[in-house]
Design a protein around this ligand. Structure first.
Ligand code: THU
Length: 141
């Protein structure tokens, strides 16, 4: 069953959006000229962020979410409780499909994402996701 998102008073969405807007000023986007900033609240209350970093070999581009999940681990690990992504105008941007999968791996239970259609759960933006649960019990997992 799809879990419905409910606004959580514990999440400072304005502060999180400001953190994403600050992150995008560090973006390296000489090719697309499309800066992206992402920010998240961790389950232990840290705010982490990331920006996109492109490469002359275009396909090697790192989305802002890649930097964010790296920062999650660099600053103590844990899980993502709330997430926001913004474009160069500072407006809410939907994470791309690949990044929804990246975020799914580190979702806290009932993780909330600010989207163009309001607050959503991870399950709403990536239904029936493939994840670590599929690898449980595998010899190589
Ligand atoms: N981009 C992100 O950083 N995250 C997303 O979720 C969507 C796309 C970046 C990648 C590339 O540097 C630029 O946006 C244009 O695709």
């Amino acid at each position: 069953m799809t879990e419905k998102a409910t606004a959580s008073p514990a999440v400072d969405w304005a502060g999180l959006t400001d953190a994403a807007r600050a992150a995008l000023t560090h973006a390296y986007v000489p090719y697309s000229k499309y800066p992206v900033g992402a920010a998240a609240l961790t389950d232990d209350g840290r705010i982490i962020s990331g920006c996109n970093v492109e490469n002359a070999s275009y396909g090697l581009t790192l989305c802002a979410e890649c930097a964010l999940v790296s920062s999650l681990h660099m600053t103590g690990g844990g899980l993502l409780a709330a997430f926001v992504c913004v474009d160069g105008a500072g407006e809410i941007l939907m994470p791309c499909g690949r990044c929804r999968q990246l975020l799914y791996e580190f979702r806290a239970p009932n993780m909330q994402l600010m989207t163009v259609s309001g607050i959503r759960t991870m399950d709403e933006v990536l239904p029936d996701a493939f994840g670590p649960q599929h690898l449980e019990g595998q010899e190589n997992a």
